[in-house]
Design a protein around this ligand. Structure first.
Ligand SMILES: Nc1ncnc2c1ncn2[C@@H]1O[C@H](COP(=O)(O)OP(=O)(O)OP(=O)(O)O)[C@@H](O)[C@H]1O
Length: 361
């Protein structure tokens, strides 16, 4: 794990406290159309200071358009885009410049300049701002320390691994002390282990600097690891939004459930393939539980109340944002035709979501 200098040595101040009115980003009914395609079809979203908000959607959902509207590279057709209280939709190109510096961008393919050293890459945004050489190199060294690459200041990007390049990309994004870090698929080009270390770095930076992070991704695992809140975007609309653990526990839309499919237990394929919709010796039930409901001895109680009423087929308990999120698949014998309904009623009375998926023999 990397060692970090405290926030005070980076920004000269402690991370700010989060309060309910502390909105850094506020989008109100943002629309952007390309010909007949509504790329953004009325997006409303907020991010508070110090919050990590994940925005997830499939290819073509509107994520890139949303990013370009947020950083002022694209103009929305209508709606409001407030960054730290200022509506950028109403600003001229000149007025936009200083506001753009409030948003640090981290890219999927790092976008480092191969002809510049690591410290020069990090210092570049400050050079463009006219900051003196000594000051910007000092800042670059602080940031290299923060991202765990103090020994790579004089290296060129070609000598770095993908994970190290992304650390440099993150350091560069922080150079101008932004209020928001906009991460555009920052881990999509990295292997799983490097992904974990980059996500851990983003989380540490978020905690230590109190930085707001917007995490744009198509991977639920990324959201699961570090986001506080998630917004699911589809066809230019936010179709679902909530704290990460509640969306994982109870996805309300098909698109969210489908994006989640790799990140939570599914009925094994070979069992799913042979299920009959109407009859069999066992009913196969999915059982979803989360939060306080997942903390009790549910299956022990079920066993005591209805002996030999089920067997566990698959599943487990995850912990997301320190909340238990459980998903099990159970097989209930149908020799007593009322047993599946009895089991289902017992579990539902204890706040489980239960669905009969089909019948097996
Ligand atoms: N410049 C453009 N001209 C025409 N259509 C566009 C343009 N930019 C985006 N679109 C369309 O708008 C919709 C949203 O595209 P966008 O690139 O924002 O999606 P995305 O979620 O970022 O997808 P991906 O993950 O593949 O990058 C798509 O239907 C896309 O074809």
């Amino acid at each position: 794990m990397n060692s970090f200098t405290p926030a005070t040595s980076i920004d000269g101040q402690a991370p700010p406290e989060r309060s309910s009115g502390d909105e850094i980003v506020r989008l109100v009914d943002v629309r952007r159309r390309f010909g007949a395609t509504p790329a953004l079809d009325g997006i409303s979203l907020t991010a508070r200071r110090g919050e990590i908000v994940g925005i997830i959607g499939r290819s073509g959902a509107g994520k890139s358009t949303l990013i370009r509207c947020l950083n002022g590279l694209e103009r929305a057709d209508s709606g409001e885009i407030h960054i730290e209280g200022r509506d950028i939709a109403r600003l001229s190109e000149k007025e936009l410049q200083p506001l753009r510096r409030r948003i640090g961008m981290v890219f999927q393919h790092f976008n480092l300049l191969s002809s510049r050293t690591v410290e020069e890459n990090i210092a570049l945004p400050l050079k463009i701002e006219g900051v003196g050489k000594a000051e910007r190199l000092q800042r670059a060294r602080e940031l290299l320390e923060l991202v765990g690459l103090a020994d790579k200041a004089k290296a060129y990007p070609s000598a770095l691994s993908g994970g190290q390049k992304q650390r440099v990309g993150i350091a560069r994004a922080l150079a101008a002390r932004p209020a928001i870090l906009l991460s555009d698929e920052a881990t999509s080009a990295l292997d799983p282990e490097t992904t974990r270390s980059i996500l851990a770095l983003l989380k540490d930076i978020n905690r230590k600097l109190g930085l707001t992070i917007l995490l744009i991704t198509h991977e639920m695992e990324v959201i699961r690891s570090i986001a506080d809140r998630v917004a699911v975007i589809d066809a230019g609309r936010i179709v679902e939004e909530g704290s990460v653990w509640t969306v994982f526990a109870n996805p309300e839309t098909e698109i969210a459930a489908s994006l989640l499919s790799g990140a939570r237990p599914q009925l094994p394929e070979h069992i799913a393939a042979r299920l009959s919709p109407s009859s069999g010796t066992e009913a196969i039930l999915s059982v979803d539980l989360a939060g306080p409901a997942a903390q009790g001895a549910l299956f022990a109680e079920l066993s005591a109340a209805l002996p030999r009423s089920f067997r566990l087929v698959h599943g487990g308990i995850d912990h997301i944002q320190n909340q238990p999120v459980a998903r099990f698949f159970v097989a209930v014998p149908t020799r007593d035709a009322t047993l599946p309904a009895q089991v289902s009623d017992f579990l539902k009375a204890r706040s489980a979501r239960v669905e009969v998926l089909g019948y097996d023999n």
